[in-house]
Design a protein around this ligand. Structure first.
Ligand SMILES: [Fe+2]
Ligand SMILES: [Fe+2]
Length: 361
């Protein structure tokens, strides 16, 4: 019997890849995520230009806008205007964090260009309703911009989870306002049926829905390739979630009380129409299950993260997420075929193969 040469064993060990065979390295995962973001961004821009290329001045008959909206509705519109007013901060703070990603950073600039139209449109509602004078609005903008919005999370994965929830919440706000303006929803103290306001709310809500979809696809990419990290980020974001700029807008409490008490957006809508829907779309089996799952894994850390990996599949429909991610790659492939990118550098789906370590660690 020959004894193996220890030098050869050491040499073989040194050459062994750090990732088990068949498994994607972090670098490979990052490249796949980046390719998907880039493809999705290209698809998104072409669609956005075709379907949502509206203008906040010329596409609305502002001369016909009502000048007698209720005090409550005016408070709501002013609140929307204030939140959308921080678009420069929303863009450049996150841009610094994601600037290395072509797909994410270019999308973010496009997203900002759509958000800035929302600020313009809500400003027009304040102006044409005659609720606020041009001088008052100018002064208010100055007051708002004395404060700067800060990122709630300094991490790309946390921020994609944050934007999923925030875009959905914004969409719910605008949809419910549109229902009041259309007359389909009656609220005490509101007398605001107005086709122009209804159109404004509907057009912006469609943008927010498109933003939500983009961030949802992005969040699924992280849930698929980095499930443990992504679920942890989602848990943190949900636990500490607050709507953007609420802490730096004067009179925000008055606005949030009106929207909460009148079925536009309050704790009830947040749980039912925002979190529960977003979690279903993400393949997560509910807020309580997510919290229980994550908190349990934190209390009993397993060997090599075993407990975390096992506990993770109790709350995440991993197969469902995989199906959606494959569908996304498929959409990108079709787009690339339409343009001809596929002939030069096609985006291709590569499955993630997880090692599921079991038991209680
Ligand atoms: Fe917006
Ligand atoms: Fe948005």
């Amino acid at each position: 019997m020959t004894t193996p040469d220890t030098n050869i064993i050491a040499e073989l060990d040194a050459q062994r890849p750090s990732t088990p065979p068949g498994l994607l390295s972090n670098n490979e995962k990052d490249l796949l995520i980046e390719r998907a973001f880039l493809g999705l961004y290209r698809w998104y821009v072409s669609r956005s230009q075709q379907h949502r290329n509206w203008n906040p001045d010329t596409d609305f008959d502002w001369r016909s806008f009502r000048t007698d909206h209720s005090e409550k509705m005016n408070t709501v519109l002013e609140g929307f205007f204030a939140v959308e007013q921080f678009v420069p901060d929303y863009v450049f703070t996150l841009l610094k964090v994601i600037r290395r990603s072509h797909g994410r950073s270019h999308f973010h600039i496009r997203w900002g260009s759509e958000e800035e139209k929302h600020a313009e449109l809500w400003e027009n509602t304040l102006l044409f309703s005659r609720y606020r004078s041009p001088a008052w609005i100018a002064d208010y903008k100055n007051r708002l911009r004395e404060n700067q919005w800060e990122l709630p999370w300094d991490c790309p994965i946390h921020m994609i989870m944050y934007t999923v929830i925030q875009e959905r919440a914004t969409q719910v706000n605008y949809l419910n306002t549109g229902l009041i303006a259309s007359g389909k929803a009656q609220r005490e103290g509101f007398n605001d049926v107005d086709p122009i306001l209804e159109q404004a709310a509907r057009v912006i809500a469609a943008d927010e829905a498109a933003h939500y979809s983009f961030f949802l696809e992005g969040a699924r990419l992280y849930l698929y390739y980095y499930p443990a990290k992504a679920l942890d980020a989602l848990y943190n974001v949900i636990k500490y979630f607050a709507m953007p700029a609420g802490d730096i807008i004067p009179d925000y409490d008055k606005f949030s009380e009106v929207v909460a008490k009148n079925g536009i957006y309050g704790p009830r809508e947040h749980l039912k129409d925002v979190l529960s829907i977003a979690l279903t779309h993400l393949g997560v089996s509910g807020r309580r299950a997510l919290f229980r799952g994550i908190e349990r894994t934190r209390q009993v850390p397993g060997l090599n993260g075993g407990t975390l990996d096992t506990g993770l599949f109790d709350v995440l429909d991993y197969e469902g997420v995989e199906k959606k991610v494959k569908k996304l790659f498929n959409r990108i492939e079709k787009y690339e075929q339409k343009i001809g990118f596929d002939l030069i550098d096609p985006t291709q789906f590569v499955p993630n193969q997880l090692i599921v370590t079991g038991g209680n660690g």
